[in-house]
Design a protein around this ligand. Structure first.
Ligand SMILES: CSC[C@H]1O[C@@H](n2cnc3c(O)ncnc32)[C@H](O)[C@@H]1O
Ligand SMILES: [Zn+2]
Length: 432
């Protein structure tokens, strides 16, 4: 098994102690981290020694909510509220999508994620075999689920559940364990209660988590009360969703009591700050959730509502927006924001023991940032620089399971020129 060591680095471990190791090293054998500490005097036992000359090494970032195939629709519709954007713009185009559209949209997303330091992402979409194949081919890590919208006949709902089940079974723990799966009712307002209950039952049978959009807009909360006499949190609790490990996306409109419910069930939350702002959905009560011990991680949502997949933007905005709206400069401190992008992301994909920090025994999912740029100097506080000064273009290397997907800014597992060509080609086939 190949043994690699990255030496003379500034290692931002994001471990329990928030250790930053100057002149540090990280070694990995195959996919697993075998050493984290000071650069050893003798590195002769390693097959590959890479001198990082003081560059930053961080755990790969984890994006806990998105729809990769939608990159085909980036910039197609801006400046609308969620419901109108979905119903009038996204769904009519998505209805024309074939596997080829999703394939090339997903490849666009993968390129962007690898370039900006994301090593694991959650994806909820249709034609998921294409997404899984692209993840497998590029060497990325992902938690994938076929999103189910239940605004259709009972027969169609049953067919979607079978398709989601087949996908979840076929791909769980595939690609050397880099792909895992979940079941995903799209949202309480698109799935009738009986359908959600069937999905929960299936998730129990398959021992898989559930992923769902929840409490994203004021409209959704009002509609849920009108339809079912309950707000979304109580509604999903009643349907048994939270008895399964659950990752909810958005969680913008929550009462204090609802935050307690989510905390009690250890529900994981994906905070999609840019998408929530762009769709004018509101600002999630992140500091309150964190104070209650909820693992709040970061998600981009799709590039059709973001409009990029650069998690460094989410990281900075998560750190500063909540200060601004609460008049509290420590509402989300820098260290906590970095945990949201890493450790809490690992909770969000239900792999806290394998991902989210640089520690021996964990997966070698690592990114390198060029620390020799003016905006990282004076170099006295690396965590501050990563959260407040970095921009995603600082990432030079992206490593997943010990394999370089990008080295010195060169993509090694995907042909970027071809992807751009094919994405434009398949976009032209859509009737707009
Ligand atoms: C059934 S696959 C996923 C489905 O979700 C839609 N979508 C994209 N962004 C959002 C969002 O912010 N809230 C709710 N639904 C969203 C996407 O267009 C797909 O149809
Ligand atoms: Zn979404």
């Amino acid at each position: 098994m190949k043994q690699t060591i990255l030496t003379h680095a500034t290692v931002i471990t994001v471990n329990e102690q928030n250790e930053v190791i100057h002149d540090g090293a990280v070694a990995f054998a195959g996919s697993t981290i075998t050493y984290v500490g000071p650069t050893p005097e003798d590195v002769s036992g390693y097959d590959e020694v890479i001198d990082l000359k003081g560059n930053y090494v961080l755990p790969g970032l984890i994006n806990t909510h998105g729809h990769a195939g939608m990159s085909l629709l980036r910039g197609y519709s801006d400046d609308l509220p969620l419901q109108q954007w979905l119903e009038d713009k996204m769904w009519p185009l998505e209805a024309q999508f074939t596997g080829d559209h999703v394939k090339w949209g997903t490849y666009l997303s993968l390129i962007e994620m690898i370039r900006t330091g994301t090593t694991t992402f959650v994806d909820m979409y249709d034609h998921m075999d294409e997404v899984a194949k692209a993840v497998e081919a590029t060497g990325m890590r992902a938690r994938l689920c076929r999103g189910m919208i239940g605004l259709c006949s009972e027969e169609e709902r049953a067919a979607k559940l079978e398709e989601a089940t087949d996908f979840a079974k076929n791909w769980h723990n595939q690609a050397d364990g880099r792909i895992t799966t979940m079941l995903a009712p799209h949202a309480p307002y698109t799935c009738p209660p009986e359908f959600i209950m069937q999905i929960v039952e299936r998730a129990e049978e398959l021992a898989l988590p559930i992923h769902i959009h929840m409490s994203e807009t004021k409209w959704e909360v009002g509609q849920n009360e009108q339809d079912y006499g309950l707000r979304p949190v109580a509604h999903l609790e009643k349907l048994g969703v939270f008895r399964r490990p659950t990752l909810v996306a958005h969680a913008v409109h929550l009462t204090d009591e609802e935050i307690d419910v989510l905390a009690n069930y250890q529900v994981k939350v994906s905070h999609n700050v840019v998408s929530n702002l762009k769709l004018a959905s509101g600002v999630a009560p992140v500091p309150k959730m964190l104070a209650k011990g909820i693992s709040v991680s970061l998600g981009t949502d799709s590039t059709a509502s973001n409009n990029n997949l650069n998690l460094f933007e989410e990281l900075k905005l998560a750190a500063i927006l909540h200060k601004g709206v609460s008049y509290d400069p420590v509402a989300v401190p820098a260290e906590e924001a970095l945990r949201m992008a890493t450790r809490y992301g690992a909770d969000g994909v239900f792999q806290p023991d394998a991902l989210g920090s640089i520690e021996t025994g964990k997966q070698a999912d690592l990114i390198v940032l060029d620390s020799h740029q003016a905006h990282f100097h004076p170099a006295h506080n690396p965590v501050s620089h990563v959260v407040y000064a970095a921009n995603g273009r600082d990432v030079t290397d992206t490593i997943v399971a010990g394999r370089f997907l990008m080295r010195n800014r060169e993509l090694l597992t995907v042909d970027e020129e071809r992807v751009i060509f094919e994405a434009n080609r398949v976009f032209q086939t859509l009737k707009r």
